[in-house]
Design a protein around this ligand. Structure first.
Ligand SMILES: [Zn+2]
Ligand SMILES: [Zn+2]
Length: 148
């Protein structure tokens, strides 16, 4: 019976040592991937070896530096956001929601007129204009397109 207890204790000790070494190896390999300098990887390895399991757990919480793939993904995400913010708002037809270009006079889908002539001077009134720029008395009608 004592043999069984001793063997179990030995197996547990071996398993803990294997787990300790594996966690130290993981911390070192992960730090090598994430950090450009080898010093951080050696520091992670030392911490994982000096403080068994706890060192690797602490490293997993802190994880310094950033992997190149993560850095590239973050830069790409930021660039995408900047392009989205810089892009002017796309206008849509109020009737059928078709995307419109600024020079369109009619909706290409439902043929709704998008501009109209000033009642007084005949100038074309564009979307967003609240009054005719050519005459004092001209009044613009409600716009027939909206920003998305
Ligand atoms: Zn339309
Ligand atoms: Zn006018």
């Amino acid at each position: 019976m004592a043999h069984v207890v001793q063997l179990t204790a030995l197996a547990c000790a071996v398993a803990l040592v294997v787990l300790w070494l594996a966690s130290a190896g993981w911390a070192y390999a992960n730090a090598r991937q994430r950090c450009r300098t080898g010093r951080a990887a050696l520091l992670a390895l030392a911490a994982a070896l000096v403080f068994p399991l706890l060192g690797a757990a602490l490293y997993a919480l802190v994880r310094p530096c950033e992997r190149d793939a993560d850095r590239r993904a973050r830069a790409l995400w930021l660039r995408t956001l900047e392009e989205l913010l810089a892009e002017p708002e796309q206008e849509h037809c109020l009737v059928c929601r078709t995307p419109l270009e600024p020079e369109f006079v009619r909706c290409p889908s439902c043929a709704t007129p998008l501009t109209h002539e000033c009642d007084d001077c005949g100038r074309t009134i564009r979307f967003g204009w609240s009054a005719c720029p050519d005459c004092v008395s001209g009044r613009a009608r409600p716009p027939l397109r909206v920003a998305a």
